[in-house]
Design a protein around this ligand. Structure first.
Ligand SMILES: Nc1ncnc2c1ncn2[C@@H]1O[C@H](COP(=O)(O)OP(=O)(O)OP(=O)(O)O)[C@@H](O)[C@H]1O
Length: 620
């Protein structure tokens, strides 16, 4: 059989024959339909019988039963045990559901499907047994077959996933016309998935078209689909400039505010896990990792910046390995309700903001020397060594000095887990501080509604507006795009709505220091195990006992520091202290130099006798 190339000329080569450079030339070949139009119509007919096999299944069952019954009857009435054995085998399989069967047909896990299957197998095997003996057309056999088929066809055709499958097929079959009407001639729908809010499809464009053309064609596509304004979203597909993801939002999950639901349990979360701040419009959670990342929240007035900041604070407060400081230059209006959950009184004016940021830089430097001395590269947050977040509402209001300090934290704070969460309306260079690079250090960026399109690039970074991250059309507060590691497509999200009462409840539930309540005493956290200045002068509850322990071991004389002294500086109980000391010893960072005497392992000293078996080298 000769094949034709794409211009219709006969090709001398069969399908797949290597070209001049060993390249297969099958791209240029389409199969020739021999036999003219009749063959074509017949071909399409059989294709349709196969494509719509699920919908046509009841007809196939009926035909199968009559053909099978006729064959068995013709073979002899004594063949009746055959359908009985087949039916029993089917029932046994359904009852015991071997793994191979379940992994191929997971639907069999549903009891309704099994009930239907049991009835179906019983009916078919009984009917075939009788048909083998008396014949498939004897008596009322035909009527019974039709009635039984109709009975089993109803639940089969009404099945929810069958309905979905049909909808997907209709979408896919009609898509070439829709794309044509929208000016994307030649585009194909490769796959589609339905969910409760709408559907998402993967589209492949004609060769030479770029996915950004689909962004321009969104209004035309909406019209061609007969959808409401703003119902369609276009997102790029990684590694394929000629494809995109088309999302139709039939029911907008963001049309109503999504209420904040506090999580039970106190301080049992960890910042090493992503935190959930809202819901994407396909109903999935927006989970963002805040660990070792600076965060920027930008948006116009009333776009919901403070609301989002409150949600983030509430989530951070749930983490036991987090410490928080706050700067709120709106006279503490936004952050004061959080005072009890913060590890330091809120800075509400330019001077106290400078002091707080200077303390942040000092903390950062202490942590950096600690890491260097202990041969580690990154701060691993723990309850005793929390990640420190400095939250700044209205960053643009900071003084120049404060902005320089914040810039220093932005540049150096990530590895040591001293990070910034900044909210501002327009992060222009002036607002972020002339001569500083704070904006470029922000890895996670939330962009709420903005009034001017160029503000999108200002908040999210150059080129984002052109890539479809336009937030000027966001119509309700709390809606945003978030960009960051692993979040490089513009998916619309909406933050939870958190009320003032929710904020108060969360702050009470996760109070760090009861004595720093609204209007609480400043710098008064000097008592208790996690309070007070560490021996290294670290701020209470931030650097924590871990650094105090390390400083004491480092400062210890050659004969070591006593366990009693270490307990005093860290506030640890004996068991906890020995757990930490033994861990440091295992890492080669601390050594026991005598009974109950420890110090850091120094490069210049040979390892001392390790006194294995010393009862005090194990927690009691
Ligand atoms: N996620 C949300 N869902 C529903 N409503 C919200 C949400 N976030 C904020 N709002 C509402 O929007 C209004 C403005 O919110 P918010 O004060 O957070 O905005 P803002 O951007 O901080 O404003 P400004 O810059 O003026 O301080 C408030 O009435 C708030 O209740």
């Amino acid at each position: 059989m000769r094949r034709r190339n794409y211009r219709g000329a006969a090709s001398p080569y069969g399908r797949g024959r290597p070209g001049r450079h060993g390249r297969k030339d099958e791209m240029w070949i389409v199969p020739v339909r021999q036999g003219g139009d009749m063959f074509y119509v017949g071909d399409e007919f059989f294709r349709a019988l196969w494509r719509y096999r699920a919908e046509l299944a009841p007809v196939y069952w009926l035909i199968g039963c009559f053909v099978g019954g006729a064959w068995l009857h013709a073979s002899g009435p004594n063949w009746w045990p055959m359908p009985v054995v087949a039916g029993l085998t089917g029932l046994l399989l359904l009852t015991f559901r071997p793994v191979a069967l379940i992994s191929r047909y997971p639907l069999l896990n549903r009891w309704r499907v099994r009930l239907w299957g049991t009835g179906f197998i019983l009916s078919v095997s009984v009917w075939l047994t009788i048909a083998t003996v008396i014949g498939p057309t004897a008596g009322k056999m035909e009527l019974v077959a039709f009635l039984a088929t109709a009975t089993f066809a109803v639940p089969w055709l009404w099945r929810e996933d069958r309905r979905r499958l049909t909808k997907v097929r209709i979408l896919r079959d009609r898509f070439p016309d829709t794309a044509d009407a929208a000016g994307l001639t030649g585009a194909k729908m490769l796959s589609a998935i339905l969910d409760k809010w709408g559907w998402t499809a993967r589209i492949k464009l004609r060769r030479g078209q770029h996915w950004t053309e689909a962004i321009t064609a969104i209004p035309q596509l909406e019209s061609a689909f007969g959808a409401r304004n703003g119902a369609l979203r276009v997102e790029p597909v990684n590694h394929d400039a000629g494809a995109f993801t088309l999302r139709m939002v039939e029911v907008d999950p963001h049309s109503e505010p999504i209420e904040w639901a506090p999580r039970p349990g106190k301080r049992n979360q960890s910042i090493t896990q992503p935190i959930t701040v809202g819901v994407f419009e396909d109903g999935s959670d927006i989970s963002v990792s805040f660990l070792r990342k600076h965060v920027l929240i930008g948006g116009a007035s009333d776009s919901g910046k403070s609301g989002l900041l409150n949600v983030i604070l509430a989530r951070l407060a749930e983490c036991g390995d987090v410490a928080m400081w706050g700067i709120d230059l709106k006279e503490g209006m936004e952050l004061s309700p959080w005072s009890r959950a913060l590890n330091r009184p809120v800075a509400t004016n330019k001077d106290s903001a400078e002091i707080l940021l200077a303390a942040g830089v000092a903390e950062l430097e202490k942590r950096a020397s600690f890491l260097m001395a202990s041969g580690r590269r990154e701060w691993e947050p723990e309850f005793d060594a929390p990640a420190l977040f400095i939250i700044i509402d209205e960053y643009a209001e900071l003084s120049r000095k404060a902005q320089k300090l914040a810039d220093s934290i932005a540049r150096r704070g990530r590895a040591v887990c001293v990070t910034l969460i900044i909210a501002t309306q327009r992060p222009t260079q002036t607002a972020m501080g002339e001569g500083t690079a704070a904006r470029s250090q922000m890895q996670v960026r939330f962009c709420l509604r903005v009034n001017e399109r160029p503000d999108v690039d200002l908040i999210l970074g150059a080129g984002k507006l052109k890539a479809g991250w336009d937030t000027t059309m966001f119509d309700s507060p709390g809606k945003f795009f978030v960009s960051g590691p692993g979040m490089d497509t513009p998916r619309r999200g909406r933050a939870y709505r958190i009320t003032d009462a929710d904020v108060r409840a969360a702050a009470d539930l996760h109070a760090r220091h009861a004595d720093t309540g609204p209007g609480g005493r400043s710098e008064s956290r000097s008592d208790g195990p996690s309070g007070g200045q560490g021996s290294n002068g670290s701020p209470a509850g931030v650097s924590g006992p871990e650094m105090a322990l390390w400083a004491a071991l480092n400062d210890a004389p050659a004969e070591g520091v006593s366990v009693a002294d270490l307990r005093a500086v860290t506030g640890h109980g004996k068991t906890q202290l020995y757990r930490r000391l033994n861990a440091l010893k295992a890492q080669g960072q601390a050594e026991q130099v005598g009974r109950g005497l420890w110090r850091s392992r120094r490069a210049d000293t040979a390892p001392q006798g390790q006194q294995e078996g010393d009862p005090e080298s194990h927690p009691e």
